[in-house]
Structure formats: structure tokens, C-alpha cells
Design a protein. Structure first.
Length: 255
């Protein structure tokens, strides 16, 4: 029986992964952005190993979240599931632009740096990461005109590179990135064409399975099959430059 922490587990892929792992007898720590959002976990909370609260768009709350999880004991696996996609809106502020970076990249980076090191780490990527830019100069879109698709794609390129950097620097940890597909979640929309069940079963498999295929590190996965990620994500130079930028932005070193 493993202990797994899943970010963004109030709905969608995170909730589905939590339910699957709990049904298999594992201890799952659930996460909600707020107390209000935590109310949607009432059907799962009684069988969970804990429920932690924190808004991943806030560095202060993300740091506090790491403290909460560490207080529950070391996790065997962490699934960095939480993510956001922001539609372009008139008058969007720089703070709104920065939210996609904060939730999709800075939060998993900070939690990785601040939580007790687990045996396995799984980071949610997307096939859209192939369309991300290799530039690391304007990560929070303070200088460029906002492009929601490009910003999301870049964030997923960066979290994929983060997963592979962790695999390279921490050989004792199995770290992988997963493309769940375009699935019908609140973010993906009801018309999304991919399979929601297959969208979360790769994460749960990588988190707890003892099968040789699942006990590897440094992979990029889709539906339990390894795929080839973008060239930048595989490049150790790009990985290390990204880690340096994230360390500067957060004031927290990872390696």
C-alpha cells in the first residue's frame, strides 16, 4: 500500500486518479484550492489519508501546502496533476498572465523542492508542449502580447523538462511526465475526444505499479506508452537553464 499526494484532486483527472488509487487500497492525500472547493471531496475525504488546502497560483500558499503535506509524513509518490488554461480576455492583467506559469510550472517546482523526496514523481504534461517556445526569457508574459495557446504550450514544455531534469539529477527517484490526452474535464471541455479513463490510468500506474515497464525514470508517456517529447525537454542544457530561471523566480533552489 502506497501513500500518494495528488494536486488538483477535486475534479477531472486528479479526482479520477484519487478514486482509482483509493479503490485499490492506497492511502491518498487529496488537495483542494480552497475550503469551498474542498467541499466537493466529501464523498472521498472519509477514506482519504488527508485533505490539504492551498491555492497553487500563490507562492505563499504553495509553500504552506508543502508544510501541510510534510506534516502528514513522507509520500511514496506525488502526482502533480493541477493545471490551468486561461482564455484570452479583454483587460487581462499581468497577474492573470502569470497565473498559468504559477500553477502549471512554479507550483510543481516549489513542491518538488520543499516536500520530502518521494520515490516517484509524475508531472502532467500535454501533447501541446511540442508547440512551446524554447525561449526562457519572458516566462510570465510580461513583455509579450498574451497568447493563451502558446502560454499553455510553453508551460507544458517547461513542466516536461522539469520532470526529465529531476530524473537526471535524482537517480534515486522515478520521475516521469505524462500526456493524458485531450480529455472531457472542466478544462478540456465536454467535447474533448480522448478517453477520460485512459487519461488518468497512466498516472496511477506510474505511481504504484511494480511492473518493470512502470518502474523507469525520465520518460514521457501517453496511455502507458513512452513517446518522444520535444527536443528542448530532452536537452540537459535547456533543462538546467530552466531550473536556474525557476530558482531565480521562486528564490528556492532545487538541485
Amino acid at each position: 500500500m502506497a501513500r500518494i499526494f495528488i494536486t488538483g484532486s477535486t475534479d477531472g483527472l486528479g479526482r479520477a486518479a484519487a478514486r482509482t488509487l483509493m479503490n485499490e487500497g492506497h492511502q491518498v492525500v487529496l488537495h483542494a484550492r480552497s475550503q469551498e472547493r474542498a467541499s466537493s471531496l466529501s464523498d472521498l475525504a472519509s477514506n482519504a489519508a488527508g485533505v490539504v488546502i492551498g491555492d497553487l497560483s500563490s507562492a505563499v500558499e504553495t509553500r504552506a501546502l508543502a508544510v501541510q503535506v510534510n506534516g502528514l509524513g513522507r509520500m511514496d509518490a506525488v502526482i502533480h496533476n493541477a493545471g490551468v488554461y486561461l482564455e484570452p480576455v479583454r483587460g487581462m492583467t499581468p497577474e492573470g498572465h502569470a497565473r498559468i506559469l504559477a500553477v502549471n510550472v512554479l507550483a510543481p517546482y516549489l513542491l518538488t523542492a520543499l516536500m520530502e523526496r518521494p520515490d516517484r514523481l509524475i508531472y502532467l504534461s500535454s501533447g501541446m508542449h511540442h508547440g512551446g517556445s524554447g525561449s526562457l526569457r519572458d516566462l510570465d508574459w510580461t513583455e509579450r502580447s498574451w497568447n493563451a495557446i502558446q502560454a499553455y504550450s510553453e508551460s507544458k514544455l517547461h513542466v516536461t523538462a522539469l520532470a526529465l531534469a529531476v530524473a537526471r539529477h535524482w537517480p534515486d527517484v522515478k520521475s516521469n511526465a505524462v500526456d493524458p490526452g485531450w480529455v472531457p474535464t472542466r478544462m478540456g471541455g465536454a467535447g474533448a475526444p480522448d478517453d477520460l479513463e485512459m487519461g488518468h490510468l497512466t498516472q496511477t500506474w506510474l505511481a504504484v505499479s511494480g511492473a518493470p515497464a512502470a518502474t523507469v525514470s525520465g520518460g514521457y508517456w501517453h496511455h502507458r506508452k513512452q513517446q518522444t517529447p520535444a527536443a528542448e525537454a530532452l536537452d540537459p542544457g535547456f533543462q538546467d537553464q530552466l531550473i536556474d530561471r525557476l530558482a531565480d523566480l521562486t528564490g528556492t533552489a532545487l538541485f
